[in-house]
Design a protein around this ligand. Structure first.
Ligand SMILES: Cc1ncc(COP(=O)(O)O)c(C=O)c1O
Length: 472
């Protein structure tokens, strides 16, 4: 009934108005075509790479030709190009999907692989069905929203966050707290759990969830130390490490095999979740695990069972990107990206040193050179800075609390293989001009920028890993 709809719309509208007044209203934006991309997660610029695009089109044309001739040359003759026909468990499976999983598992040194339509589904599917009553999930406090959602759906008895990257043992004097956190470090939590009767004697399990490369800070997880801590405090072998490699696949390790492979931790990490939507330039996700775990997920992961499986086109795009990686063609791109990472870091450092920004517009970058294409530029005015960069033709996004802890607001620079040193120079110049403008108006630092620009910048800020729970 229209009256009822209006009543609910009024309530939803007031929630949105509150969100807007808090500066957190989300909107759908189109990135301006003339902006240099320093924002997307397509680190290797593969989605726009002509060789990859050509391979995909050839693959699709071949498939169409096969269908037209009615020949049974490739894979499954019943497979359609547009839709998969249903869930993997019904009509949506294909020899192509299975052979792609075998290929992916082999490339990453895993026993088995199971594709999901997204890394979000892979994380929620895995975490919602594996941990059981009595089990504990220990997770980095900056872990992605999909892990949070999976944990909430799980039967685990406890979920315990640890301070971001607080993995090194505290008494070694190397405590790696990146920011003040109310949460304990990983060692403290595992030590406490080891004293707990059921986890201590191995009757219940502990799942430890971390990311390979954190997309907000650009830092890489100290996975060796995580594995050592798990071995040390959970000697009954009931500690299971899960690494979300959504951002590290394609970037870390030989040929982009990921961080777990780079550190040769395949046997010490229980499961990995990879995402194809970032460096890999397409879409979808996969869980790398044991064959038994794969079968278990096929039976219990609801995000696999109750959804239409990937289309042929999606599978083919993942397949051509893997071919590109396996053949080593992506290596020059990774090397160029590496050069850009170091160059950007040097330029930003030189800029900060030159500017000596005043207290109203703190601007700094980390001293240790970033190993990743994600470089945070910390500033007290992330929205104004990103708006200025966007208006200057450089797409960067402001990242503010609660996505990152209050006091660590930043503009995030994401580098890509298709970026150039000249573009980085241009971005650094834009930042420099902004700081100089700020210095000139230090009495009114908040008023930089026009209203329209501010709104467009705000619309993209809050990609919180926390769950939104509007109160109606
Ligand atoms: C760390 C991490 N895990 C998982 C996901 C989900 O990836 P997808 O876009 O494939 O659902 C993302 C995407 O933002 C992510 O950043």
């Amino acid at each position: 009934m229209p009256g009822m709809n209006k009543h609910l719309d009024d309530k939803l509208g007031s929630v949105l108005a509150r969100r807007k007044s808090n500066g957190k209203l989300r909107r759908l934006n189109n990135t301006p075509a003339n902006c240099v991309d320093f924002s997307s997660n397509g680190y290797l610029s593969l989605s726009t790479n002509s060789a990859v695009q050509k391979s995909l089109i050839e693959r699709l044309q071949l498939e169409v030709a096969v269908h037209e001739k009615g020949k049974k040359i490739l894979h499954d003759p019943h497979r359609s190009i547009l839709g998969s026909g249903g869930s993997r468990l019904l009509d949506g499976n294909s020899p192509f999907a299975e052979s792609l999983e075998t290929k992916i598992a082999a490339f990453h040194g895993a026993e088995a692989a199971l594709l999901f339509t997204s890394a979000y589904d892979a994380n929620t599917g895995l975490l919602s069905c594996v941990p059981q009553v009595g089990d504990v999930i220990v997770y980095d406090e900056l872990i992605h929203a999909s892990v949070h959602d999976g944990m909430r759906m799980s039967r685990a008895s406890r979920r315990i966050p640890f301070a971001h990257s607080s993995i090194l043992e505290p008494n070694l004097g190397k405590h790696d707290m990146r920011h003040q956190s109310k949460n304990l470090g990983l060692h403290d939590i595992l030590r406490q759990l080891s004293k707990d009767k059921l986890t201590g004697n191995g009757e219940t399990n502990v799942f430890i969830c971390v990311e390979g490369l954190y997309s907000m800070d650009g830092d890489v997880a100290a996975l060796n130390e995580v594995a050592d801590a798990v071995d040390r405090y959970l000697p009954s072998k009931n500690g299971y490490i899960i690494v979300d490699e959504a951002h590290s696949v394609g970037i870390c390790g030989e040929k982009g095999r990921g961080l777990v492979c780079q550190l040769a931790l395949e046997d010490r990490v229980w499961a990995r979740v990879l995402g194809f939507g970032k460096a890999m330039g397409c879409a979808g996700g996969v869980v790398l695990c044991s064959s038994i775990t794969r079968s278990y997920l096929i039976n219990y992961a609801r995000t696999l069972i109750y959804t239409t499986s990937m289309t042929f086109t999606s599978l083919a795009s993942i397949d051509v990107v893997y071919d590109y990686l396996i053949s080593g063609q992506s290596e020059p791109r990774r090397q160029h990206l590496d050069t850009l990472i170091h160059y950007t870091h040097r330029q930003l450092h030189a800029l900060c040193a030159r500017l000596q920004p005043g207290q109203h517009h703190t601007l700094h970058v980390r001293k240790t050179p970033s190993k990743s294409p994600v470089i945070p530029v910390f500033t007290t005015h992330p929205r104004a800075l990103s708006e200025h960069c966007q208006l200057s033709g450089y797409m960067v996004r402001p990242i503010v609390a609660p996505t990152v802890p209050a006091g660590s607001e930043r503009v995030r620079i994401c580098l890509h293989a298709a970026n150039t040193a000249e573009q980085i120079d241009g971005l650094c110049s834009a930042i420099e001009v902004w700081v100089q403008n700020q210095t000139a108006v230090t009495t009114k630092p908040q008023q930089v920028g026009n209203e329209r620009g501010r709104e467009s910048a705000e619309a993209v800020v809050d990609v919180s890993t926390r769950r939104d729970k509007p109160r109606l």
